[in-house]
Ligand binder design. Structure first.
Ligand code: PLP
Length: 419
């Protein structure tokens, strides 16, 4: 048989309890989803603000559809780029205070394209990134043949060590990268510290005067932040890591973090789909010309761009963000009262580490029996022995939904976790 590895892989996954299966949702209404004729409270959605169902966002979609049709029908460099795309880019630029931005059909494509742009064939980049960065970024760096160094999660000393070891030929092409909110843990990337590290690395540089000192950089590395889970949720106006109050960016120094490149997605808190990269004009111009994910791919629809712009206006107004943050506080407080130990997180992503894939699946199933949809996240998505339940909270949840979840957890934990 041809390509026997396909079936072999599936068999192996089954044997290891790591087979992923898809379950079609038949109704998605508020915080409820229907699967196999049964309704569940949904704690597995990244629609943190409920904006994918907001009436004014849907209205903007409809208007966009009637104005531009259901598809953009071409690449952005042909006729797929509309005034709606341009308006959205412009909103992003002023919200993030960046000179340029461009849209992608997905965050995966955006990260992959970015790595490729920074690491062209003839001049590989030196990329120092957090170990827990998303697969789209890691895979992008690998496929771009960048020299990839991953530092232990939020470990600045380890990041610094990698930065100090940049080969001289790569001094001018080094990138530090992290996430605003980590997708599988829910904690924050230490952007302030990385930003400081980047500028210190540059300032300590005098290898031009002292060619023997190859340990320092003449030029500051760029800092890139994948803000997939922070964009729409964090910051004064909800615009993510570039919009944080200075106090949170840097406890000590009161200097705003300097983020050179921000990637954000629309499929999570924004409630539509697609993604963007914001950065320097030359970066964006280069990618418009060279990123194959952009040049050879149909642009996101104008309707999506229009709905996304409406969603950003709601995000700025803040009502849904406030509701989300109330739910997060309530959930953490109730868990604390019941002695339920969560991973440290102040974000909408709250994790309960179970420790093995079988127990994680069992617990997820028990919660489903109680009417709650909480997925088990297993290795290799998360490190071995940290298999977990990943709970995502939303502005769509009512207080009683959050209480129901905590009640169910306190029933299931003693049944499923045997220590
Ligand atoms: C979801 C996600 C992506 C990919 O975005 P899509 O638009 O879903 O392709 C990239 N990075 C992180 C951290 C994510 O969570």
């Amino acid at each position: 048989m041809s390509f026997e590895h396909l079936a072999r892989d599936i068999d192996k996954r089954k044997a290891e309890h790591l087979l992923r299966v898809r379950t079609p949702v038949t109704i998605n209404q508020g915080a409820l989803i229907q699967i196999n004729d049964t309704f569940y409270l949904n704690f597995a959605s990244n629609d943190y603000l409920g904006l994918s169902q907001d009436i004014s966002v849907l209205q903007s979609y409809t208007e966009g559809l009637s104005e531009f049709g259901a598809s953009s029908s071409a690449s952005s460099v042909l006729s797929g780029y509309s005034i709606e795309h341009e308006k959205l880019e412009s909103v992003l630029c002023s919200a993030l205070n960046k000179p340029a931005a461009m849209l992608f059909t997905s965050g995966f494509a955006a990260n992959h394209a970015l790595c490729q742009a920074l690491s062209p064939d003839n001049s590989p980049a030196y990329i120092v990134c957090d170990k827990y960065m998303h697969a789209s970024f890691i895979q992008g760096a690998i496929d771009a043949s960048a020299m990839l160094k991953r530092f232990k999660h939020n470990n600045m000393a380890h990041a610094q060590m990698h930065l100090e070891n940049v080969p001289p030929a790569m001094h001018n092409n080094s990138l530090l990268a992290t996430e605003g909110v980590f997708s599988m843990d829910g904690d924050y990337g230490d952007i302030a510290a990385l930003s400081k590290l980047a500028s210190q690395t540059a300032h300590s540089a005098d290898h031009l005067n002292n060619p023997l000192n190859s340990k320092s950089l003449a030029i500051k590395p760029w800092l890139m932040v994948d803000d997939a889970h922070a964009f729409g949720v964090l910051g004064t106006n909800g615009y993510g890591s570039l919009d944080l109050p200075i106090a949170r960016q840097s406890e000590a120094k009161n200097t705003p973090a300097n983020i050179d490149i921000l990637m954000g997605t629309f499929g999570k808190a924004v409630g539509t789909s697609g993604a963007f990269i914001a950065g320097s004009k030359s970066l964006i111009d280069y990618m418009v010309n060279n990123a194959k994910h952009y040049v050879y791919s149909t642009a996101i629809s104008a309707a999506t761009a229009k709905a996304t712009r409406q969603s950003l206006a709601l995000i700025k107004a803040g009502q849904q963000r406030e509701r989300l943050h109330q739910n997060i506080s309530l959930f953490k407080r109730l868990c604390d009262e019941r002695g339920i130990e969560l991973m440290a997180s102040d974000s909408a992503i709250q994790c309960l580490v179970v420790g093995c894939p079988v127990a994680a699946l069992e617990m997820s199933q028990r919660l489903a029996d109680l009417g709650l949809w909480v997925p088990a996240i297993r290795t290799p998505t998360v490190p071995k022995n940290t298999d977990r339940l990943r709970i995502t909270l939303s502005a769509l949840h009512q207080s009683k939904d959050v209480s129901a979840l905590v009640d169910a957890l306190s029933i299931c934990i003693p049944e499923c976790i045997h220590t």
